[in-house]
Design a binder for this molecule. Structure first.
Ligand SMILES: Cc1cc2nc3c(=O)[nH]c(=O)nc-3n(C[C@H](O)[C@H](O)[C@H](O)COP(=O)(O)O)c2cc1C
Length: 179
């Protein structure tokens, strides 16, 4: 089986900790883990057809620093034939007007560049004000990926992550734990 490319950036380690949880759930042998702080160029994206992206939002609706530095190149990637799921960390209390904006910023590029975006996640149960990650379908609001709030709701992370990964693996055509 081709490995899933898991691309993430993390300034203070929270997204990195979620990557460790994902590795535990899916199995190390299933994943190629790429820290955007060390990634150069678009090649690693081109190699993978199944892609997971981890992006925290920083500084009032901006991408985490490594994603921010890569964003221009990210916009040149041809995502056709690729299936992509995004999880994003944010703080819905302290930054409720920009909650997980990074999911929206990257997710929209994936769709505009021909990729299939999966792992949409209902906004029910979150209490932010605005988000660039929001998407409405048949009267129901979704984020363009999984929103994780380690600042205020870390007790919900395991449940959210487990449910989301099961959904994404199905959308990838895989099973959880399948190596
Ligand atoms: C200065 C600062 C700015 C932030 N800006 C936002 C924001 O605009 N939107 C948001 O949802 N979260 C925001 N956050 C919350 C972070 O995304 C959150 O703490 C996240 O878990 C950090 O992930 P990392 O440790 O992987 O970098 C901000 C946090 C700080 C300290």
């Amino acid at each position: 089986m081709n490995k899933i490319g898991l691309f993430y950036g993390s300034d203070t380690g929270c997204t990195e900790a979620v990557v460790a949880k994902i590795t535990d759930i899916l199995g190390e042998e299933t994943l190629d883990i790429i820290d955007m702080g060390a990634n150069k160029g678009t090649e690693a994206f081109e190699k993978h057809n199944l892609i997971l992206i981890g992006v925290p939002t920083w500084y009032d609706g901006e991408l985490q620093s490594d994603w921010d530095a890569f964003f221009e190149e990210f916009q040149t990637i041809d995502f056709s034939g690729k299936t992509v799921a995004i999880f994003g960390l944010g703080d819905q209390v302290g930054y409720g007007e920009y909650f997980v904006d990074g999911i929206g910023m990257l997710g929209n590029v994936v769709m505009e560049n021909g990729g299939q975006l999966v792992g949409l996640w209902s906004t029910d149960g979150y209490y932010y004000e605005e988000s660039k990650a929001e998407f409405e379908h048949e009267g129901q609001k979704y984020f363009l990926g999984l929103a994780i709030d380690e600042d205020n709701e870390s007790d919900l992370t395991d449940e959210r992550l487990g449910g989301w990964l099961a959904q994404v693996m199905e959308e990838f055509g895989l099973e959880v734990g399948q190596g």
